[in-house]
Design a protein around this ligand. Structure first.
Ligand code: SF4
Length: 196
């Protein structure tokens, strides 16, 4: 444990995606992701970042009047986030995390884990997820998409998120959800509302 993380940005806003859409939260965006998805909208987080100690991060987070934190990226599991999550829990924070789930990680101190599967995903991470958020576009493999459906239950939400908020992708998601009513829609509210 080296007590530092490479941080791309820390900012205060509303959760824009998934089951907690609209919730005020402080975002901790960690730098770096090795997945390189063609539709990635956080490429700016891949390389740009500054090393911050856990104490420096907590100090910055606690400048805001909110105790919900969303650890995101980039891909947070590519760094040693777990000790920070534990410290935050001990200080009374509710800790959310967004991950691509590609590698198994210690999420024991994460209160709400959202997995957004990309090219590959670790089954153990899917089993631990509180929500599985799948980006859906016109080239989405619908047979592969269906493999995530059995995860939808009282504990885990399975959300379809139209790629880039495009109308044709929204239409496809709505059709799929009406056919499979245990699914949920996740629009990128922050983009529709023009907030960060
Ligand atoms: S996994 Fe997420 S952060 Fe990484 S490249 Fe893909 S969309 Fe971007």
């Amino acid at each position: 444990m080296n007590n530092t993380l490479k941080v791309n940005e820390i900012f205060y806003s509303l959760q824009g995606e998934g089951p907690h859409t609209g919730m005020a939260a402080v975002f901790l965006r960690l730098a770096g992701c090795s997945m390189n998805c063609p539709f990635c909208d956080t490429r700016y987080a891949f390389a740009q970042g500054q090393d911050m100690t856990y104490a420096e991060i907590i100090n910055k987070l606690e400048q805001y009047p909110c105790r919900n934190v969303i650890i995101t990226g980039g891909e947070p599991t590519e760094q040693d986030f777990a000790p920070l999550a534990r410290l935050l829990k001990q200080r009374g924070w509710t800790v959310h995390m967004e991950s691509n789930g590609a590698q198994n990680a210690d999420v024991s101190d994460i209160d709400f884990l959202v997995i957004s599967p990309k090219k590959h995903v670790c089954p153990d991470m899917l089993a631990k997820a509180h929500a599985i958020k799948i980006v859906v576009g016109q080239d989405t493999d619908l047979e592969e998409l269906k493999t995530y459906f059995p995860y939808a239950n009282g504990r885990t939400a399975v959300c379809l998120q139209p790629q880039s908020n495009k109308q044709e992708n929204i239409d496809l998601c709505v059709k799929l959800i009406k056919q499979n009513p245990f699914l949920k829609l996740s629009l990128q509210m922050h983009k529709l509302a023009h907030i960060k």
